[in-house]
Design a protein around this ligand. Structure first.
Ligand code: COA
Length: 331
């Protein structure tokens, strides 16, 4: 039977609800969070400000901001039972699986109950994520039991200092800059030790029909609006580190991909070098992306709960009209 092409296969382009939180790939709108352009948020807002705006509906004034930052700080503590579990998770575990186990255990220890305290739950999850991943990382990789309740005023500062054991001078990433396929992008980029090598290497990979991680996007068709923000940070961090090779190699890969495939870099691509320059080990890239995303995910959950319907898409049936039963002996 000729295969029928389905409109919206994989649920692409299907509308399954309403959101006031963000626009992704909407023509003429770019990427906005509650109507604010991400370019403006990345330049002017702290992570905590954006999280508050997503979760509470408006940008905080100074006293709301101070109160919110203090609240997130007070939620950095991990229960002893959770620490015990994290101590038992093997060093070889992927940090994404550690986050899953850690947040699941936290949910067992501090069950949400009904939805009446959902903002508190969201804030607790948000603040606990950096503690979970850094506690496990430092214990499993360095044999140290760290104190996650630190005095750092920001989540970014706390995360970096707990992870690397020092206070990063470039401490806080401002704005909503978070990644995903960036780990795989890093593996590609770090193979090359010059622009020339990158140029030849990527062309060879393309000739072998390999996919280059960090390019293309399922929703954005011409560009990923986050890319230029992350790219500028990668450049700046490379300069600050005094070794821009990784950034330069990344730029070369981007040029080849535009010329050869007309494909644009997505946000993950330059996140690889930016995160690396911040001293973040490659396996922690995706958990860092998750930590940032938690603010948006929990805001989405609250929005869906406000208009609660089970999301139950259908499929178009393409099988036989009627199948005749044949006894086993006659098959
Ligand atoms: N490298 C090389 N070729 C790529 C590519 C990439 N990163 N992304 C897409 N292509 C090619 C595909 O091979 C395909 O070519 P074909 O038509 O000759 O088969 C064409 O472009 C369309 O690709 P398709 O996978 O159908 O696009 P999509 O819109 O369904 O996929 C992604 C979107 C993100 C899944 C895809 O671009 C991808 O796998 N990118 C790499 C992973 C990545 O960076 N993910 C993070 C996204 S934020």
């Amino acid at each position: 039977m000729a295969e029928k092409k389905l409109e919206g296969a994989g649920l692409r382009g299907q509308v399954a609800g309403h959101t006031a939180l963000s626009t992704v790939g909407k023509a003429g709108k770019g990427l906005t969070y509650r109507g604010y352009a991400i370019e403006e948020l990345a330049e002017k807002a702290t992570f905590e400000e954006v999280a508050y705006m997503l979760l509470y509906g408006h940008l905080p004034n100074q006293s709301e901001y101070d109160e919110y930052s203090a609240k997130l700080k007070s939620y950095r503590r991990l229960p002893d039972e959770l620490k015990e579990v994290l101590q038992r998770v093997p060093k070889s575990t992927h940090p994404m699986d550690v986050l899953r186990t850690g947040s699941s255990m936290l949910g067992n220890l501090e069950p949400e109950g009904d939805f009446s305290n959902q903002n508190e739950t969201a804030d607790r999850i948000l603040a606990a994520m950096p503690s979970i991943i850094t506690y496990w990382y430092r214990f499993s990789h360095q044999g140290e039991t760290i104190e996650t309740e630190t005095d750092h005023p920001t989540m970014g500062g706390q995360f970096l200092s707990l992870l690397t054991g020092e206070t990063g001078a470039i401490g806080t990433l401002r704005g909503p800059l978070h990644g995903g396929a960036n780990e795989a992008a890093m593996e590609t980029i770090e193979k090359f030790s010059s622009r020339e090598e990158a140029n030849q290497g990527i062309k060879k990979m393309l000739a072998n029909k390999e996919k280059i991680m960090g390019f293309g996007h399922a929703v954005y068709s011409n560009e990923d609006p986050r890319n230029k923000i992350v790219k500028a940070w990668a450049k700046k961090l490379g300069e600050l580190s005094g070794d821009s090779l990784l950034y330069e190699v990344s730029e070369e890969v981007e040029t080849v991909m535009t010329e050869e495939k007309d494909l644009f870099a997505n946000t993950d691509f330059y996140m690889a070098s930016a995160y690396h320059y911040l001293g973040i080990p490659t396996p922690i890239f995706t958990p860092l992306f998750v930590i940032g995303r938690t603010s948006g995910w929990t805001a989405n959950v609250m929005e869906q709960r406000a208009d609660n319907r089970i999301i139950r898409p259908s499929e178009e049936y393409t099988g036989p009209d009627k199948s005749e039963w044949v006894d086993m002996a006659d098959r």
